[in-house]
Ligand binder design. Sequence first.
Ligand code: MG
Length: 380
Amino acid sequence: MSPPVTWQTRESLLLAPYAMHAADSAGRVHPEPPHPIRSPYQRDHDRIVHSSAFRRLAHKTQVFTGYLGDYHRSRLTHTLEVTGIARTLGRGLALNEDLVETLALAHDIGHPPLGHAGEDTLDELLAAEGGFNHNAQALRIMELLENRYPDFPGLNLSREILEAQAARVKGRPAAGLRPTTAPLLETQVVDAADSIAYDTHDADDAIELGLVTLEELLDLPLVAAAATRVTDRYGPLDGIDRRRAVIHELVDMQAVDLIAESQTAITRLGIDSVASVRSQRTDTGHPLRIVAHSSGIAVGKKDLEAFLFRKVYRSERVMTVRLAAQEKLSRLFQWYCDHPDSMAPSYRERSASVGLRRSVADYLAGMTDRYLEWDHDQRV
Ligand code: MG
């Protein structure tokens, strides 16, 4: 019997030259001995999945809170949809799937309870302390807030994970981690998968909740194109069968387009290494993302997003729930500022170094929607 194939051999056989090979990783802030079996990115993957921030995604809002029913996506199921799509994109382009999967699983761990309503509230409450942003919060979780190992604070992830997360924090340099270079292709496909997932499943959830109809969506060219493909494949379908087939087709159409367009760009630009990925620039000198849709799909997505913003994210039902949620979060924030000794010990102690308001925000941001609700009703 031949010996088991090592991760180094697997990667050298399967990955494109422009993929991020784990053997070339810049390592961890706190050096650790290599694992006998797992690659560095497999270890990062497991550290994310075993973190409490990841587990709590199960009970955090994506767009619609529990008040509106239980069909719709939670932050965790959104994350898993993104991970599946990102793996398809990553494998289609021969990228490092371990890294892609890790980045996808980690991409939303910084979200506070109550979705963007919670984020906006904390941002206002922390206006004098630099604000609150879910991407920056994910970095705080990775580097500081998750304490699972005796040797260091945080998860001590590979620098490529921190770099990808830092690049998502708008307006901030990436903490000494190559702020001016283009992101790795693994990061680029995860960002694209996030967009494919939420555009599509927010449309699906919104139909289920009666906020929009499939007929209204069919006025949008992107959705109409998906419906045409569905009819070509299955013949006429009605009701829920049609809706499911259109949603599925929307995901597939975008994924296939993205892989083909990105592959063409990689060839056209002569991308043959991670260094050449990082050095790509737009005409105006900004870091260039190679992973992109064809112009037809890109325009179609913009239309769909504008429609969802108008009809769903800013709809009266969503806004009413949002307002009630924001009030609870604000009241609980103030309550903990007045009673800091009631926070978990690590948050209470950390307030000496990071400030009370930041530490209260860290504590509240870690809560799930239902825990926040319960805690609010106990305390306030
Ligand atoms: Mg997301």
